[in-house]
Every structure is written in structure tokens, then in C-alpha cells.
Design a protein around this ligand. Structure first.
Ligand SMILES: Nc1ncnc2c1ncn2[C@@H]1O[C@H](COP(=O)(O)OP(=O)(O)OP(=O)(O)O)[C@@H](O)[C@H]1O
Ligand SMILES: [Mg+2]
Length: 460
């Protein structure tokens, strides 16, 4: 076979190795198989294989080390890693370290055949762009696109980690899974990933998976053909098609049905699908970013979310910290929102008093950044002067009862109980309009006890 495409295989298990050789030759590739990475690496330069399939667990140099060496010495050579069933974490690591794809043992001849074909197609497309052009594109990207975290505000260590991850993965095509409570900025992150990617000039398409009923979601994502169901008056393109060469953002992915999970899995694996009621198989090039406020891993364990889909999406996880875990960012965020609010409310002189800022930094923000934004906006509207004070904040925020929510590092029992006690006393005193006997009654303690505690805490 003179012109056959050459593929290297590194696999120490003889049965597996011979099986692969047989399958790949059957597909018409020319195969060279090795039982150790050390033997294969020196031959890459002389034989220039089109791609390389490498087992993860090898005697001597392991698959991950081989991958690292290949990325260094032969950046254009693509690698498919073989991993054992159940060691998906390793597969994820391999993808993060530059493997083009992975396949889990045991696999069928078809599976590996399809993967190879698809990868070769990708390599081909890349080659079509001649060297000079490729270089230009690269330089242009480098020049006019310094990393921008867009509107994501934060300077705390946890947020800096988030920025670092975004910067690292934005230029890749790896799937990203964004975790975080409501209002932590998951959508902002998805947009930042797109803005900092080579896909930035192409569409960013968001789909709110939880807002749509199953049938609707399916035709939203994949489109439908005319007449495929009552009311399908004309062909409709799905969001996956619309996102071609861009990014699709699957928001609230934790809420999708088992049937949709299965359909999504196929798109992620094969990059192809059919419109609802359609025959034609469509291929798209989309980068997938997903978000959820669930603990997906727990959903997987409880059987509510497919494990294979989870691992497909979880290639790069980004965890958005709740605002209470980064209260040091509150002043920065407040300044950011205030600037916006000044314009919106036409109060150019609007500022925040110190006591208000202090209250904002003590609150536990169950609604996270979104809640902070809302609180400030409301206070700005209600505030009669140009300086928002603690009194302009909602009761919940200015009331120290926020202390009732413990932060993660809080462990000192006595100190914590005292804080709780103070918060409750403050709340009761407020409700009783300062009448101590009344406050004591609300608290269910004797007035003398309350007096003692007020003195003890210097709260009179
Ligand atoms: N770090 C941040 N800097 C500036 N604005 C932020 C930040 N995080 C969130 N916001 C703002 O808070 C609001 C909520 O953010 P976003 O929609 O991205 O949250 P989310 O995590 O997707 O929440 P949900 O799960 O409720 O959809 C938006 O108005 C967004 O602009
Ligand atoms: Mg959101």
C-alpha cells in the first residue's frame, strides 16, 4: 500500500495491538504498531504518521508522558488515547493535555474507524489553509486579542483562578462545564469563553434547556422538517446548525430529560444529527459550553444524569464561587454596578456610604451577584440623597441576621453562638422598636437576662 495513510499504534497488550492492526488495515490504513512508547517516538520524525493511537497504561514511558513529548516535538501530530473502561478521569486529563480524542476499552471496529475518519478530516481541513495563512491568522489572533474577561468583575484569589482557566481553555475546542449557584455569573463566563476564542466572529447561541418542554427543546436544538409534526409549517433550523463554527451554550443542562440526554450525547460524540422528521445527517462544528446549578456528579450517582454525557461535558470544569465566598470582591462589584446605575437613574453624583458598604460585605448573598446588583439598583431608586446609606438597604441586608448563615471556615462554637445571639437580639430589638421588655418577650427570655446580654455585648 504505497499511498495509504499511515497510523502509529502504541499498545502493550499483544491481543489489543494485533486486533487494532487488523481493523485499521481492513479500513485501508497502513499501520505500524509498537508495544512501547520509547520505540515509537524516534520513528515519528522519519515516518511522519498521519496520526497516532496510544494506550494510556504502558510499561516504561506511560501514555500521558508520551503525549506530552509528542505535543512538544510534533505539535501537528494528533493523538487518540485509549483508556480503560471506568477511568474517564484519565481521558479527561488526556484531552486537557492535548489529545485530539479518546476511546474507552472495549470498543468496536466501527467506533475507532469513525473516530479516525473524523480526525483525519479535521487534519485535512487544517492543511487546506496554507502555512502562511495559518500563520497570519495565528499572529492576528495574538495581536488584536489580548485576553479579555469582559464584564466579569472580581479580583479575589478564587476569581483569578477562574480567569486563568478561561484564558487557558478559551482557544481550545474542549467542552466546558460551568458550575455555580444562581446569579454567580455562569453566563458571563460562557460569553467570555466565546469572546476569547478563534470562534469569536461566529455565532454564540444560548439555549435555556430548562425553559422548554422536551419536544420543543428537541426541535429548538436540532431543527425540524416541514410537516414533521402538526404545526411544523416550514423547515426550521436548529440551534446547533445556527451555531456552526461558533459556540453553543447549553444553559441549565442539569434539567434535561433522559431522552434528550441521549440525543445530546450523540451530537457531542459524532458531531452529527438529523432534524426532527428529517433523513439527512448534518455535520456541524460547534464548541459546547454548558452550565448548571446542580451538582451533576450527584445527579449521575442518583441516576438522574447519564454518566457518559457527564464526562463528555465535564472535560474542563469551571466552578463559579458563590459571592459569600469572595466578599472581598463586593466593593469592586458595587463600584462597577454603581457606575451603571448612575447612568440609568440619572443620578451622576450617586455614592455609597461606608456603613452601607460594610453591611453589603456582611450579608450572605443567597442570590449572589445578581442579588447585589438588584439591591443596589433598588437602593439607588429609593435613596433620597446622593449617598446610599445602610438604612436605604433592604431589611434583610442591613440586619445582621445574615450572620445566621455560617461561612465555611467558621468553626469556633462559642464565638459563633455569641454572634447568633447578638443577631437575634438585634432583630428582636428592632421589631420591638427598642422596648426591652417586649424584645425579651419575643426572644423568650427574662428582661434581666436581656439587659445582662445587652451590656455584655455593648449593644445598648
Ligand atoms: N463577576 C461578575 N461581575 C459582574 N457582573 C456579574 C458577575 N457575576 C454576575 N454578574 C451579573 O449578575 C447577573 C447574573 O449573572 P449570570 O446570568 O451570568 O448568572 P448565572 O450564574 O447564569 O445565574 P442563573 O443560574 O440564575 O442563570 C448578570 O446581570 C451579570 O451581569
Ligand atoms: Mg444563567
Amino acid at each position: 500500500m504505497e499511498n495509504a495513510i499511515k497510523i502509529f499504534v502504541i499498545e502493550d497488550n499483544a491481543t489489543m495491538r494485533e486486533g487494532l492492526e487488523q481493523v485499521l488495515s481492513h479500513y485501508g490504513y497502513s499501520v505500524k504498531a509498537f508495544d512501547r512508547a520509547e520505540k515509537a517516538l524516534p520513528e515519528i520524525a522519519t515516518e511522519s504518521p498521519a496520526l497516532l493511537i496510544c494506550d494510556y497504561k504502558l510499561p516504561g514511558m506511560d501514555g500521558l508522558t508520551a503525549l506530552a513529548e509528542i505535543r512538544q516535538a510534533h505539535p501537528l501530530l494528533e493523538v487518540i488515547m485509549i483508556t480503560a473502561f471506568g477511568s474517564i478521569d484519565l481521558a479527561v486529563t488526556a484531552m486537557q493535555n492535548g489529545a485530539a480524542d479518546f476511546i474507552t476499552k472495549p470498543f468496536s471496529a466501527d467506533e475507532i474507524g469513525i473516530k479516525i475518519e473524523r480526525l483525519l478530516q479535521r487534519i485535512d481541513e487544517r492543511k487546506k489553509m496554507n502555512h502562511l495563512e495559518a500563520e497570519n491568522v495565528y499572529l492576528r489572533e495574538q495581536l488584536d486579542a489580548p485576553f479579555q474577561n469582559g464584564d466579569i468583575i472580581g479580583d479575589s484569589p478564587v476569581m483569578r483562578e477562574v480567569f486563568k482557566t478561561i484564558e487557558k481553555v478559551a482557544r481550545t475546542d474542549s467542552s466546558v462545564m460551568i458550575y455555580g449557584e444562581s446569579g454567580t455569573g455562569k453566563e458571563l463566563v460562557a460569553r467570555a469563553l466565546h469572546k476569547n476564542s478563534h470562534r469569536r466572529a461566529r455565532p454564540f447561541i444560548r439555549v435555556n434547556c430548562s425553559a422548554l418542554a422536551e419536544g420543543v427543546l428537541e426541535s429548538e436544538l436540532f431543527g425540524h422538517e416541514k410537516g414533521s409534526f402538526t404545526g411544523a409549517l416550514r423547515r426550521k433550523l436548529g440551534r446547533f446548525e445556527l451555531a456552526h463554527e461558533g459556540t453553543i451554550f447549553l444553559d441549565e443542562i442539569g434539567d434535561i430529560s433522559p431522552a434528550m440526554q441521549l440525543r445530546l450525547l450523540r451530537v457531542l460524540q459524532e458531531k452529527e444529527f438529523e432534524r426532527v422528521g428529517g433523513e439527512e445527517t448534518l455535520r456541524v462544528d460547534v464548541r459546547v459550553v454548558a452550565a448548571t446549578n446542580h451538582n451533576l456528579k450527584e445527579d449521575v450517582e442518583a441516576g438522574g444524569f447519564r454518566e457518559d454525557l457527564y464526562y463528555r461535558l465535564h472535560i474542563v470544569p469551571i466552578n463559579m464561587p458563590p459571592l459569600r465566598a469572595r466578599l472581598e470582591d463586593v466593593p469592586l462589584l458595587a463600584r462597577h454596578f454603581l457606575a451603571r446605575i448612575r447612568v440609568a437613574t440619572r443620578k451622576p453624583e450617586l455614592t455609597l456610604q461606608d456603613n452601607a458598604l460594610a453591611a453589603l460585605q456582611e450579608y450572605h448573598w443567597p442570590g449572589n451577584v445578581r442579588e447585589l446588583e438588584n439591591v443596589l439598583e433598588r437602593a439607588a431608586v429609593l435613596c433620597e440623597s446622593d449617598a446610599i446609606g445602610a438604612d436605604d438597604l433592604p431589611l434583610l441586608v442591613k440586619d445582621r441576621s445574615a450572620i445566621l448563615t455560617l461561612n465555611e471556615n467558621q468553626l469556633d462554637l462559642n464565638a459563633t453562638l455569641e454572634q447568633v445571639e447578638q443577631a437575634l437580639i438585634e432583630r428582636a430589638m428592632k421589631l420591638a422598636h427598642g422596648v426591652k421588655a417586649e424584645a425579651a418577650r419575643k426572644l423568650g427570655i427574662k428582661t434581666t437576662t436581656l439587659l445582662y446580654k445587652l451590656t455584655k455585648y455593648g449593644m445598648e
